[in-house]
Ligand binder design. Structure first.
Ligand code: C2E
Ligand code: MG
Ligand code: MG
Length: 759
């Protein structure tokens, strides 16, 4: 997984975490709300219950006041049948003592015409008129005149000089209403009842208000002061005032919450059931409400703290992770020694580059003889050289270009062009700049570089970084081998060759064991009498019985990897087998020439092994001719001469193959005791063309010298009768070539060229 993906998933996790926190917060909020609502319901129930208690106490007092008044009205009725208003005034004075006991502030009597008397403590009875009284009093009196004892809302009694509640009861005379007895009771009396009940029930402010907000009576506690003054209280804003007025106007009990001095309060407004008065009760029992709201507030706070801490924790994890992944990225994408990108990162950048659809070339550069530099100078200085190269490469990079340290002293670079010439120029320019880095290490030791390049167009899979890189590395290996070119490009043919070589190397052992290497024969003809004088054994590799691979494609590789030794012994054995078969078949065997790699001559037991093979098949050694290449004689003439002597002593014949192809001289011929000289096919071609007169002369001399040294001469590559004629004229002994036969399998060869002596 790359860093961006890790970061993205962490962010996703964090987002999910935050959402979960928010959800939890929401659930907590919901629960707190539910608790609050439950609490509100319980508060509401409690307040309504209390309001009912107040109402009952209040109504009980009012009722008892009214009953008292009615009783007094009855006393008037019983005592004063047909009495005048003045008589009534006198009777009132008599009743006054009872009024004081009942707590009445004053007594009033009105006859049906509205003429009346009034009396209060310490004063004489005075005359009054109903229509001059306050509306509230007039209303209750009118109600009583209708036969209904009545009570009023609170009103200011000017006669008494304080707020009162008015009561009125009809006075009967002979069964007819003859007047109304009214009394005023101070609202303070009711306030006392409220205060008294409130102190018992330990509840906050209670009041009785008229529908328009006039305070009838209220508890005399500290909290209640100014509480119900809807016109001027500090906490009653317009909105709250409106809610109070709405509640006062409603017919049903009302409950609502509000805040005063940052304390949540709950109000219950309940109709009194008389007039339009309402009892209002406000729970200022802030102990309970505050406890709940505190719990809610603390729970909120804890939830917020929890969410905040969790988010901080998650952020810290994210930060740590980011830091850690930065370190991981540094390790994952960078080379430890130089700090440059590594191949993995380089491939990622290549992928991004490919998406941009702009042409590019990938080049790999290498330091020539870096191993030697490592040996010669200390590894510290070599490391420094690599660092200097990285720094220099960094300076060389143009926008869009990038590089990495691939392995050891190999650096890969992405260049901004796919054009070979421009890429070569650019890379050469870079290599030129890198030279200075070498001078830093050692002023006199020249550090040189070589590079290989390839483009995506060279690849079968244009999206494969691996394929591109392997092409680049192949190109680099050409540059390494080449002494002239500093920068080389990938060559698909070379790649195919490499692929075939790999295939060959992987299969050669198996192929030898399973008989895939087959021996073909090509006749060697006597030019004078047209008879067969021998055959050359030529190897063919038949892959899976189908495809034929020719020796030119694998012998050079086998010579490099040493497998040729095994193969040549195998071919000698196959040749012996064939000679034995001919002999057993009653045919006169012919000598078989077997090509021998130069490596064999360096094998200590070469001659012994050859003898062992011929001995195994009981084949006389003279039937085996060993063809060695002329170049071998030049490499180590003494060793070759010794080996040839040994082979001669065991009866083998020696043929020098491909003479004229290399640099072997006539002197070589004289130094080595060879029996046969095979003129390279190129000799014949040049002589045939007749263009190079000198070449022909040389050939004549070579033949002449060979003859003198008693070396028989074979002309290779006789393809036409003219070739044969030419070689015969030049006194060549033998000829070999397609003119006589292509290399063919043993059975065909036997049938074609070897008679059965028994027949
Ligand atoms: P060589 O030993 O010089 O073999 C002669 C090559 O010339 C053979 O190619 C043969 O097929 C070819 N040739 C013969 N006549 C004509 C002709 O008229 N015209 C043309 N154009 N070519 C002709 P081949 O079989 O492909 O072998 C190539 C080389 O591989 C041989 O050259 C030899 O050096 C090497 N070689 C073949 N078999 C063996 C082997 O068993 N061991 C070793 N060490 N080398 C082998
Ligand atoms: Mg040969
Ligand atoms: Mg040859």
């Amino acid at each position: 997984m790359n860093a961006q993906r890790i970061r993205a998933s962490l962010k996703k996790l964090l987002a999910i975490f935050i959402v979960i926190c928010l959800l939890l917060g929401g659930v907590a909020q919901y629960l707190f709300r539910s608790v609050s609502d439950l609490y509100l319901v319980s508060v509401q129930g409690r307040l309504e219950e209390r309001a009912l208690q107040y109402k009952k106490s209040f109504l009980f007092k009012m009722n008892s006041d009214l009953q008292m008044l009615r009783a007094m009205a009855c006393m008037l009725e019983d005592a004063e049948q047909n009495a005048t208003l003045d008589d009534t005034g006198r009777l009132m004075s008599n009743l006054w003592d009872a009024s004081i006991t009942a707590g009445f502030g004053c007594l009033r009597y009105f006859d049906v015409q509205g003429a009346g008397k009034q009396l209060r403590s310490g004063e004489a009875v005075t005359t009054i008129q109903l229509d001059q009284q306050v509306v509230e009093l007039q209303t209750v009196v009118q109600q009583a005149l209708q036969g209904e004892p009545a009570s009023s809302s609170a009103f200011y009694d000017a006669y008494l000089g304080y707020n009162v509640v008015g009561y009125a009861a009809p006075v009967y005379s002979n069964g007819q209403i003859s007047g109304v007895l009214a009394c005023s009771v101070s609202t303070e009396t009711y306030a006392e009842i409220l205060t008294c009940v409130s102190s018992i029930s330990d509840i906050g402010a209670v009041a009785v208000l008229s529908a328009d907000g006039e305070v009838f009576a209220s508890t005399r506690t500290h909290q209640s002061q100014g509480f119900y003054d809807l016109n001027g209280s500090d906490y009653l804003n317009e909105e709250l005032c409106g809610r109070f007025m709405q509640a006062l106007a409603a017919e049903e009990p009302q409950f609502f919450e509000f805040t005063r001095n940052h304390v949540s309060l709950y109000a219950c407004v309940m109709p009194m059931g008389i007039n339009t008065d309402k009892i209002i009760i406000v729970d200022t029992d802030k102990g309970v409400s505050d406890a709940v709201s505190d719990v809610v507030r603390y729970a909120h706070l804890i939830a917020i703290l929890f969410a905040g801490t969790s988010i901080l924790f998650a952020l810290a994890v994210l930060w740590l992770n980011r830091r850690y992944s930065m370190q991981l990225l540094q390790v994952a994408y960078h080379d430890r020694l130089t700090g440059a990108y590594n191949r993995y990162k380089f491939f990622q950048l290549l992928d991004q580059r490919r998406k941009k659809n702009t042409a590019y070339t990938v080049a790999a550069i290498n330091i020539r003889k870096f191993k030697y530099i490592n040996e010669l100078f200390s590894s510290d200085r070599s490391d420094q050289l690599l660092k200097d190269i990285c720094a220099a490469l960094q300076r060389c990079m143009e926008p869009g270009e990038f590089f990495c340290r691939d392995t050891a002293d190999t650096f890969a670079i992405c260049l901004n062009t796919a054009d070979r010439e421009r890429a070569k120029e650019r890379l050469n320019a870079i290599l030129e700049q890198l030279k200075d880095s070498g001078q830093n290490m050692h002023p006199t030791y020249p550090v040189t570089f070589y590079g290989g390049c390839a483009t995506p167009d060279d690849c079968v899979d244009k999206n494969s970084n691996e394929e591109l890189m392997s092409h680049v590395m192949l190109a680099l290996s050409y540059a390494k081998q080449s002494q002239q070119a500093t920068v080389t490009f990938y060559d698909s043919k070379a790649h195919d060759r490499e692929t075939l070589n790999n295939y060959i190397e992987n299969r050669m052992e198996w192929a030898l064991e399973h008989g895939e290497f087959q021996m073909y024969f090509q006749p060697k003809m006597d030019l004078q009498n047209h008879t067969i004088s021998g055959a050359e054994a030529l190897v063919r590799w038949i892959v899976d019985g189908k495809q034929t691979i020719f020796p030119d494609q694998f012998i050079p590789l086998f010579e490099r990897n040493g497998f040729c030794i095994k193969l040549d012994f195998y071919m000698v054995e196959e040749a012996c087998k064939q000679i034995r078969a001919w002999m057993d078949d009653g045919r006169s065997p012919i000598p078989i020439s077997v090509n021998q790699t130069k490596l064999l001559l360096y094998e200590d037991d070469y001659v012994e092994r050859l003898c062992a093979i011929t001995r195994k098949y009981d084949v006389p050694n003279r039937y085996i001719t060993l063809e060695i290449l002329e170049g071998l004689a030049l490499e180590n003439p003494e060793k070759v001469a010794v080996c040839i002597d040994q082979l001669h002593s065991h009866g083998f014949s020696i043929s020098m193959d491909d003479f004229g192809n290399g640099y072997a001289s006539l002197t070589t011929l004289s130094q080595l005791q060879i029996d046969e000289l095979k003129l390279d096919r190129s000799f014949l071609l040049q002589a045939d063309q007749n263009t190079e007169h000198n070449r022909r002369k040389i050939l004549e001399v070579v033949i002449e010298v060979a003859k003198r040294l008693h070396i028989s001469i074979v002309a290779e590559g006789i393809e036409t009768e003219a070739h044969e004629q030419l070689m015969r004229e030049m006194h060549c002994n033998y000829g070999q070539g397609y003119f006589y036969s292509r290399p063919i399998l043993a059975d065909e060869f036997t049938a074609k060229f070897l008679q059965n002596d028994a027949q």
